[in-house]
Design a protein around this ligand. Sequence first.
Ligand SMILES: Cc1cc2nc3c(=O)[nH]c(=O)nc-3n(C[C@H](O)[C@H](O)[C@H](O)COP(=O)(O)OP(=O)(O)OC[C@H]3O[C@@H](n4cnc5c(N)ncnc54)[C@H](O)[C@@H]3O)c2cc1C
Length: 472
Amino acid sequence: MSSTIRSNGPSPSVREATAQRDRVRSLRRRERAEVVLVAACLVSVIVAVMLFLTSGRPAQIADLASAVTAAGIVTGLVGSDLLLLMLVLAARIPWVDRTFGQDAAIRLHRRLGKPAVYLILGHGALIIVGYSLRDGLSLWHQTLSLFSGADMLLAWLGTGLLLVVVVTSLVVVRRRLAHEVWHAVHLVSYAAVLVAVPHQLSAGQVLAGSTVQTFYWICLYVLAFGSIAWFRFAAPLLATDEHQLRVTAVEPLSPGVFSIHLSGRDLSRLGVRGGQYAIWRFWSRRTWWHAHPISFSAVPIDTEARLTVRALGAGTKRLARLKAGTKVSFAGPYGIFTDAARTAPRLAVVAAGIGITPARALLEDTDLARGEATVVLRATDRSQVFLWDETERLVEQSGGAVVEMIGRRPSGQSSWMSADAVTRGASIVAVLPDLLDSDLFVCGPGDWADLVVGEARAAGLPERRIHVEKFV
Ligand SMILES: Cc1cc2nc3c(=O)[nH]c(=O)nc-3n(C[C@H](O)[C@H](O)[C@H](O)COP(=O)(O)OP(=O)(O)OC[C@H]3O[C@@H](n4cnc5c(N)ncnc54)[C@H](O)[C@@H]3O)c2cc1C
């Protein structure tokens, strides 16, 4: 889609009004979908508890021992339900991505993590206490007795694996681990959930039999593992096979920054929106083991796509030496850093360094009205001025404004602007005069993006109009 071409058809003001009406409708659709998703999570937990309460087992509660055991079963059910919901949220289901954005889905996934693990641990503790009251054994002997039988051993193994996942997710530990190590350990959570199934069949009687409760849990397991199997593995494999992507060239742009040009088949069928990213794996001897999330720096045409990369760590440095012909697999496209997320009549973009990539593609894919966009391009120095000419052309063709801001941030002050601009007393509303009438798209390093967003919020921009893509 061109950013500027205006020919026959409705007048600009009619087009703008129609575009704005479509944005409001799409916002309402997304808000409804969000409510549905959160409600579905809640309902799922309530159903899990209700099915237990109506299963006849509560009627067997006769004393303290059976009451504690029943409480243990309920905590186990709610914990398992949350774990399965976490898998659904991490499955990269396109509908969830379009509604929430994968980032937000993963944030919810993380927020459910702690309660889920506490509930699973609580489940184990309550069952031990309940059984020991029933059997008159000490807690220690009761615990040992639960280490018998393959099903229970697997359940303990599952709990242990979950603890490993939790410990490696702690911020201090995660920072010390290479991304691939952390990712591999995290995949263990799938195994942790699966190995608990046998004890649910034998001890829990939840999956055994042919009750509504059994049916519910089987559906939930199929939904969680089916979504992971399909959306994380099968669909990317099929898309990779269908589109046959290969590297055609690596083009240096600036020290440590390069574009990777790709060729493929029927790429327009991917439906990539400007601003989206995919998770890429380049099948060379030195790069195949590390997948990277990288944005499209241009909207793909049917046979060509382009990514632009800044060599940050060892993995991205190796991409600079990719040879023409290297096979490429991918999962995606993902993300809602796109025109479709807009709700306001004007567009404000602030991009720093390599954050220019989705910002440029977003502008390319937006049907801009005259003067609709204002773009701030930030760089520490001239070596970071890449893709600026293309981006500026896209904005200026539609009569928009571009503010170039080059220079280091002031030391000892938390500002996203250059020291120069801060000295001149510049503010976000000074560089983006239409901010309060705009959607703000921010892309760049995480701490820098937080400062931009903080200032926009303080200026009164509502949350739903702030769209952020943090690279690291
Ligand atoms: C949505 C999104 C879009 C991005 N788009 C671009 C882009 O267009 N151009 C560009 O140059 N960079 C982009 N990045 C950043 C890029 O993914 C990382 O710089 C790159 O993966 C780092 O890998 P490395 O091996 O060089 O560095 P490492 O030293 O391995 O890692 C450096 C940092 O990147 C993080 N990282 C590494 N691998 C991944 C991964 N698979 N998923 C998430 N984080 C990871 C690490 O946790 C660490 O914080 C994007 C990131 C995200 C999340």
